[in-house]
Ligand binder design. Structure first.
Ligand code: ATP
Ligand code: LTN
Length: 334
């Protein structure tokens, strides 16, 4: 809470082309809070460097991610949209919170275990302390709700533990945030291996539908999606992960329930079903893509937004950081 207004905060890394997983699990839910909450949505470039990035690509994707935020319906007049590295309080609070986070807690994080297995040649300390930077992002804004996909729930829970630990020593410092995980779309699976999360860093481009894929590519990818050797279109995550994932995607993009979708496709073949999922996905993404192209073409507009967003965010971030520094006993000069 800031004053009497509730706060929503979330972030997306500019570490690759964003997928329909990012869209359904996170981005499209951000605007739910725009009207009633104070909302901060951040392009978390400092998180992205925990794995090696090519500088020119990181820069380009930072612009693109901001343009996508706007294309997904986040009006910059109603939401604070900004880039993490432009607000230095994130990194500063992160150091402080490192001193309130246990080695054992960080060792248990699933994403650390996965990413260190994947990048065995670069298990750097940043990859390990990444959830502390994420906790700083959230706590700086006295956040009440954090809309994320299910894979990030564990990090938000750790953030709560860090905040409660800090508050126990220094009462009334941080608001304790709540992760908000959408019912549908919380975990969109790979089209090639439907027991694995769809991930923007997947090496197989056919496993992933990107938000910016053109219509033909989207339809082709869905046609190739792995299903099973039966022919029944029925939701059963354990026995039929591929079909269940496609039903979820269909339901997310049409607003129909899973049961309604199952009824609609009763007696139909997988071919028709996959084509229909491709069509509704392409239809839903078309306006996002058009608005994205318009926003991205206006580089000066995006830079003006980066500046305005960073100024807005800094005001709140400074307030929390000063409060924390004062409580810790750091000397304050006036
Ligand atoms: P990477 O592949 O680099 O690990 P990512 O695709 O997981 O990246 P992030 O930037 O880490 O993307 O995630 C941004 C947001 O999107 C987070 O809230 C995350 O939970 C959500 N998200 C990512 N992938 C999915 C998915 N497959 N289904 C639902 N939500 C997802
Ligand atoms: N760790 C998240 C991205 C992220 C984030 C945040 C999400 C960084 N800071 C704060 C919510 C709130 C990820 O990898 N998806």
């Amino acid at each position: 809470m800031f004053g009497d207004q509730k706060v929503s905060f979330s972030g997306v890394q500019p570490s690759g082309n964003l997928t329909i997983g990012n869209y359904l699990g996170a981005l499209r839910n951000f605007s739910t809070y725009s009207e009633e909450y104070k909302t901060f949505y951040c392009v978390v470039d400092e998180h992205a460097i925990t794995v090696r990035q090519i500088p020119a690509e990181l820069r380009r994707r930072t612009y693109e991610t901001l343009a996508l935020y706007m294309a997904c319906g986040l009006d910059p007049e109603k939401n604070t949209l900004y880039v993490q590295s432009m607000v230095h309080e994130h990194a500063e609070l992160s150091w402080i919170l490192n001193c309130f986070t246990m080695f054992g807690e960080l060792s248990r994080m699933t994403q650390f275990k996965d990413k260190s297995a994947k990048h065995a040649d670069n298990i750097n300390a940043g990859l390990f302390t990444y959830p502390v930077l994420m906790a700083s992002d959230i706590l700086l804004y006295q956040t009440d709700v954090v809309p994320v996909g299910i894979d990030q729930k564990q990090h938000v829970e750790l953030c709560r533990d860090i905040a409660m630990r800090f508050n126990q020593v220094y009462p009334d410092t941080f608001t304790i945030p709540e992760p908000i995980v959408a019912k549908q779309g919380r975990k969109i699976m790979s089209l090639a291996e439907p027991t694995k999360k769809m991930s923007k860093s997947d090496e197989n481009p056919n496993a992933v539908v990107y938000i910016l894929d053109d219509r033909d590519t989207i339809i082709r990818k869905f046609k190739r999606a792995v299903t099973d050797s039966e022919s029944e279109i029925r939701y059963d995550e354990a026995a039929k992960p591929g079909v269940s994932n496609l039903l979820s995607i269909y339901s997310c993009f049409t607003g129909k329930t899973i049961e309604e979708a199952e009824k609609e496709f009763a007696g139909k073949g997988y071919g028709d079903f996959k084509a229909a999922v491709g069509e509704v996905t392409a239809d839903a993404l078309a306006p996002v893509q058009a608005e994205f192209a318009r926003r991205l073409a206006d580089k000066a507009g995006l830079e003006a937004q980066m500046k305005k967003g960073a100024e807005e965010a800094s005001y709140y971030a400074r307030r929390t950081l000063s409060k924390v520094q004062k409580k810790l006993g750091f000397v304050q000069l006036h």
